[in-house]
Design a protein around this ligand. Structure first.
Ligand SMILES: C[S@@+](CC[C@H](N)C(=O)[O-])C[C@H]1O[C@@H](n2cnc3c(N)ncnc32)[C@H](O)[C@@H]1O
Length: 250
């Protein structure tokens, strides 16, 4: 009797969540946070790991690694890593934060998902030992305070519509004293077609929406916030597309 009652409550709760989602009452941030603490966590932890994955996930893993490598090479080429502070906003499992700390930068890594942060901490412990760099925190990037020489935000904006993405960029800019590095899925004709036929974010866990952004809009937001584009790159594999922009304060 008790368990039947509980089951009804549970069914009602999940029905409510579905109803809320379909009515668009739950905002994108709540959905993204819930996703990266549940099915999304399992999916992305595997993609960002070394274990066995399917061919699509392997393609995304390789694409993402190229994005991380591009950013690492930009940052290392300036030869001042040990002198600067870096904020990795939406750090995931630490794919960028850990090698950056290893290369000598002081890294503040934060993410809205507790699960991703826990995994990041474990990976850092395994790779770097019990070091306190990177510092990990569970935090919405719009709640970031303080100032960092460089603020990096990789593959996060894809989870948000344009208006929210612009608010996020403004906030990230306000915490960056010198430089900001962003990546996003560019809104191109080819990608729009791919998304329409369902090849974008393939697999069973297409729980979050993937938003593409117009590069001109992102550049415009950056300029309005006092930044000029310095370096740019594009990572493109079969299923992974990421435009990377580096901008420095005017
Ligand atoms: C696709 S993963 C990318 C992770 C990492 N930046 C990387 O490239 O390895 C997106 C991450 O953004 C995080 N995220 C989404 N919205 C966020 C927000 N508002 N504030 C902080 N993190 C957020 C998610 O929890 C997830 O870990």
């Amino acid at each position: 009797m008790y368990s039947t009652h509980n089951k009804h409550l549970f069914d009602l709760e999940s029905l409510n969540i579905k109803l809320y989602k379909s009515m668009n009452v739950v905002d994108d941030k709540t959905i993204v946070k819930e996703y990266f603490n549940s099915t999304g966590f399992d999916r992305w932890r595997r993609i960002y790991g070394n274990g066995e994955v399917n061919t699509v996930q392997l393609d995304i893993r390789k694409g993402h690694q190229k994005t991380v490598d591009t950013v690492l090479s930009w940052l290392k080429s300036d030869e001042n890593l040990s002198e600067i502070s870096i904020c990795d906003a939406g750090c995931g499992v630490g794919s960028l934060s850990i090698p950056l700390a290893q290369a000598g930068a002081k890294v503040y890594a934060s993410d809205i998902s507790e699960k991703m942060v826990e995994e990041g901490k474990e990976r850092a412990k395994e790779i770097l030992g019990n070091a306190d760099n990177p510092t990990f925190a569970v935090q919405d990037l719009e709640a970031l305070s303080g100032n960092y020489h460089t603020v990096v935000c990789l593959d996060v904006l894809i989870h948000y519509p344009q208006e929210k993405a612009s608010e996020m960029i403004s906030h990230l800019c306000s915490t960056a004293t010198e430089r900001i590095i962003l990546s996003f899925a560019p809104k191109t004709f080819a990608l729009t077609i791919l998304k329409k036929i369902g090849s974008f974010f393939p697999g069973p866990s297409k729980t979050t929406r993937a938003y593409q952004h117009r590069e001109a809009d992102i550049v415009d937001f950056l300029q309005k916030n006092g930044f000029n584009i310095q370096r740019q790159a594009m990572t493109r594999t079969r299923f992974y597309f990421s435009r990377i922009l580096e901008a420095t304060r005017k």
